[in-house]
Design a protein around this ligand. Structure first.
Ligand code: SF4
Length: 179
């Protein structure tokens, strides 16, 4: 018996950065998925495909801090650190953070919500920069948003899209494994 796709065409078209190429093709067919993936990852970001916007950019000599506004009017930060041939990007995985490390502003007001995999991917797309390294160490504890984090990594690594190398991705965590 043929397996039904988990998503509807409307869900894919409304928030396309949240899907791997394979998932997208299963729902809207290979031809449309090919054209949409080309638009998402090989062209400039288009408003109709985005669920967040750049609200502010603070620039210094070697860093750029991006403030993004999400659809529900929440804010997150992403930091781009310049390197000679591109840059490292520190990506957020949650709005706020439940951990509350004493030295960190991100956890000061507690946890608000997890970011979707699409919101994680768009932080990199909206930079419109050459990124060589992705580090999940922005706002939030990445492993507390495990499913969306792993899905976002699959999308970033997708060979039809950014084709980002696995060894360029680092997850920074404060979570420890109990003995
Ligand atoms: S886990 Fe990270 S984001 Fe959360 S409070 Fe600690 S340092 Fe800040």
């Amino acid at each position: 018996m043929k397996r039904l796709p988990k998503y509807t065409p409307a869900e894919v078209r409304n928030d396309p950065y949240g899907f791997t190429y394979k998932e997208m093709s299963e729902v809207i067919g290979e031809n449309e998925a090919k054209a949409l993936y080309e638009e998402l990852y090989k062209q400039l970001p288009r408003k109709k495909n985005l669920s967040m916007l750049v609200k502010n950019i603070c620039k210094s000599s070697d860093t750029e801090k991006y403030v993004y506004e999400l659809k529900d009017n929440k804010y997150i930060e992403t930091v781009f650190i310049k390197r000679r041939d591109g840059g490292t990007v520190c990506v957020s995985t949650q709005v706020g953070c439940p951990v509350g490390c004493i030295f960190c502003e991100s956890g000061r007001n507690g946890f608000v919500r997890n970011l979707t995999s699409s919101e994680i991917v768009q932080q990199i797309i909206l930079l419109r920069r050459k990124v060589n390294r992705i580090v999940f160490m922005g706002m939030g504890e990445p492993l507390f948003n495990y499913d969306n984090l792993i899905k976002a990594i699959h999308i970033l690594r997708d060979r039809y899209g950014l084709n980002f190398p696995t060894d360029g991705i680092t997850i920074s965590t404060v979570v420890f494994c109990p003995k």
